[in-house]
Design a protein around this ligand. Structure first.
Ligand code: DOR
Ligand code: ZN
Length: 346
């Protein structure tokens, strides 16, 4: 196939940041996706409905002229979040989920949750209101090896949580292991998972073999080939439990190329094109539309997009970097390499 058309996709997990960085990265997503679930891990985090609505206005104001894009806002869960805030969020009509970061797990997670047991009243209200919980699924215990943190989270935190709250909709974000794929497949239909292009494309060799590659460092960290293969199988399986979430996470080159580099891989410049390459390599291009444009909307209970996007097999070269204005520059995924598919704008 040289050209194909799919319903406009949605990105169910995205970091847009704020200010100059947001202005630089937002056009990439808005040209490829009709909607995106916007992560609340700003500094300070987006913990209230009022903050989320103000952030939404800043996103809309930063959109390029003539481009329609709907930011789907989220709240950052803390142990101080109240059931009343959840009701307010739902009533706003613009907040579509609440994000659970275990405290210390990743970028700007210090204000996250130390003990999810302290959030049950809020989680019960979310279940009643039909507001999904989005989970960064890693334990933070320093005794636990970083490559095992997702697997242990499934056993120690997620399983008891789902037993206690069987009505709560949960998205396990950016899954990285065969264990997570199996866990989702064996759980009830209230559990789904997003899968990033980088975890589908790369194993940990891409980060550590032949030199340390900070632009391939993200959290949860890339795993063994066996896990990558399981993710690709899940994404292309046609199961509605797995859908697109790029986790595109911009950080400046300066903050990545450091003795203590930030976690995050930037993919918004080519997200749908990268998924197209991966699905094509797996012989499953016919399954991309459901993964990118249907399953997520169904899980969130939102209408499917009406417009379409066309991809054409015309190779293009990814720049070495994109400017972040006064914030420096960022190095995108596949910088300096050729991508086979591009979005057709005519
Ligand atoms: O690699 C990551 N980057 N993982 C996360 O969980 C957060 C994200 C970010 O905000 O940079
Ligand atoms: Zn993320």
């Amino acid at each position: 196939m040289r050209k194909f058309t799919i319903p406009f996709p949605d990105d169910w997990h995205l970091h847009l940041r704020d200010g100059a960085t947001m202005a630089a990265v937002l056009p990439h997503t808005a040209r490829r996706f009709a909607r995106a679930i916007v992560m609340p891990n700003l500094n300070p985090p987006v913990t209230t409905t009022a903050q989320a609505l103000a952030y939404r206005e800043r996103i809309l104001a930063a959109l390029p002229k003539g481009i329609r894009f709907t930011p789907l806002m989220t709240l950052y869960l803390t142990e101080e979040t109240t059931p009343e805030e959840i009701v307010r969020a739902r009533k706003s009509g613009h907040i579509h989920a609440v994000k659970f970061y275990p405290a210390g797990a990743t970028t700007n997670s210090a204000a996250g949750v130390r003990n999810i047991g302290n959030c049950y009243a809020v989680l019960e209200t979310m279940a009643t209101e039909g507001l999904p919980l989005l989970i960064h699924g890693e334990v933070t215990d320093p005794q636990v090896d970083i490559f095992d943190r997702e697997k242990i989270f499934l056993e120690e935190v997620l399983a008891p949580l789902l037993t206690r709250l069987p009505q709560l909709k949960v998205v396990l974000e950016h899954i990285t292991t065969r264990d997570a794929v199996d866990f989702v497949n064996n759980a009830g239909t209230n559990l789904a998972a997003t899968i990033t292009p980088h975890h589908l494309a790369m194993n940990r060799n891409a980060m550590l073999a032949g030199g340390i590659r900070p632009h391939h460092y993200c959290l949860p960290v890339l795993k063994r080939e066996n896990h990558r293969a399981a993710l690709l199988e899940a994404a292309t399986s046609g199961s509605g439990r797995f859908f697109l979430g790029s986790d595109s996470a911009p950080h400046s080159r300066y903050r990545k190329e450091s003795s203590c580099g930030c976690a995050g891989i930037y993919s918004a410049h080519a997200a749908i094109e990268l998924y197209a390459e991966l699905f094509e390599q797996a012989g499953a291009l016919d399954r991309l539309a459901d993964f990118s444009s249907r399953f997520g909307a169904e899980f969130y209970g939102l209408p499917r997009n009406t417009g379409t996007i066309t991809l054409i097999k015309e190779p293009w070269d990814v720049p070495q970097q994109y400017s972040l204005g006064s914030g420096g520059a960022l190095v995108p995924l596949r910088a300096g390499t050729r991508i086979r598919w591009q979005v057709c704008h005519d």
